[in-house]
Design a protein. Sequence first.
Lengths: 452, 249
Amino acid sequence: MSAIKQYTDIFTTYSDAINAHSAPVLNAVRPDALNALENARMPRKGDEDYEATDLHEMFAPDYGVNINRVNLTADPAEAFRCDVPNMSTSPYYFFNDVYHHDGDTLTPHRDGVIVSSLRKAAEDYPDLVARHYARIAPLSNPQVALNTLLAQDGIFVYVPQRVALERTLQLVNIMNVAQPVMAVRRVLVVLEEGAQARMLVCDHTQSRTVQCLSNQVIEVSLGEGATFDFYDLEATADTSRRASSLWAHQAAGSNLLVDGITLANGITRNDYHISIDGEHAETSLLGMAIMGGNQHVDNHTFIGHNVGHCHSNELFKYVLDDHAIGAFSGKILVAGNAPKVEAYQSNRNVCASTTAKMFTKPQLEIYTDDVKCSHGATVGQLDQDALFYMRTRGIPEHEARTLLMQAFMSDVIDGVRIEALKDRLHHLVEKRFAGALADCGECAGKCLRNKK
Amino acid sequence: MLVIKDLHASIEGKEILKGVNLTVRPGEVHAIMGPNGSGKSTLSSVLTGNPAYTVTGGSVEFYGKDLLALPPENRSHEGLFLSFQYPVEIPGVSMVNFMRAALNAKRKYFGQEPLSASEFLKLMREKRAIVELDNKLASRSVNEGFSGGEKKRNEIFQMAMLEPRLSILDETDSGLDIDALRFVAGGVNKLKTDNNATIVITHYQRLLDYIKPDFVHVLYKGRIVKTGGPELALELEEKGYDWIKREWD
């Protein structure tokens, strides 16, 4: 059976239950998703932009889907206490893909701000959600189509014109399964003209023996002059599979920062598609992966400059040790008649072992003359001269290597626009390189497991 | 403290040192001079354990220990220091973290507790004053964006922090204007005691006006071919190396 068919079969068999546990706005798109999947296949390793990762294999295992939205009996507020020191966040949780919000910490949203379960938002504000849901992420992408077919819930963030959310929204995804489960999560963020928000997503896996798959689609719509920070942090386990794609649309003068960080995982494929459709928009797309063991991280990016006078800056860095496999493929497209675009892309990688592998493919496609663009990729070892220099000062080789690897990542971390999170990330990365794998208690969200 | 006997070393199969003999005692200052390519920098690299070089013969004892058997970090802990001809820039590693790692590694080697943050910062302040290193430099990444003079001053600052028993200054004068040279040499002289020793590697007599050597050696084609007092340096300054080359070629 093809990887897709088992899920379309689930849908056709249980569509009533799926629809009954979701909202009409979400249900309305499912037939289109089913159509799109009819002749689709999951990308195989070796396909264009899938040099190292096989999505077919990722989706092939017989994963269960929580169709009946069985709530976990555990109370996340009991099981988790999340805080980044000196950073006040509004936390929201997904247990696998079941939305949970701790009522006590709910900040009453004023000024028409909505932060809620996507299903509930789609029931309470059907027109608003329908205007944006499944509008940016295309069903031609099989991962998106599959997500759209089965997604019953998620989180909806809406910030009206010229409203700034003071607190960072924190979304904590916790996978804890007794049998193989696919979590289907949907995130929809809409910022109207001049609105501002920041969001931190932390992915964790507690089940260390059972394989699980996160299938996540994030749609972001930024109105004119809106500002949005999106920090996407994965600290999961080697049993975790993750296929996540972010699709953003930027109107004129908007400012988007996306920072994707992988500290621990099993197999991960992240897609970041950013479409810049208004002049004077700015985009920072940052990413890093720290990998050892058999970790596998594949980031694919696309930044489309569809109009002139906009600016993007992209930097992805990987440190790979042991038998880790890393992949980066990124394309910057400057459309015709898009003058004065500035777009920079860089992918730099350190292979710390002879058995680690890195695949990289930077691409520029430009149809306008008057632009400033650059792209480049490097794969290398640690600077041997620096290593020797440090050792002559008495710093043991292992420690010197750690310091150099941390230093290598520092410019990605310095791109973070929340001071407390930046400090926390420096600390986490230091820990990660020192061999103390980020546990829940050591993640940016600092979720202390099973502690009051 | 240091006894080098018949030291041979090569890089990528090419023999550079061809039997170096040298003995250094506490309190002494030795100058090693010689034309380009004679093996001066190779000698300092081999003594500090640069993995690019292979020792093919001979021995080096440092306070009775077989220096060549120690990894570079332990040579440092035992009290050997090299001021690099070309100090390495390490973007992203702050001077503070770098020095703290170095100092605490040494303390650990001798079974001591790490320094507290306040003790460490106090020490940084004291030692910075010796070479008049700007606080701004101390808070930046190691050598990143430093001028040539600042880099050399930073080397001497590190030397002050680590309090080595034997310091090798490899072409410390290269690329320095006269004021920077004075600061650097002044720092070295302030750190001088009867218990430590210095090997100054240089092309020119100029530095030796500021750091007075007890012995001057001429290294040529991988061997020390001549040894004398400070007057030998003056003679070399005046006559160049040709007369030595003629003697040995």
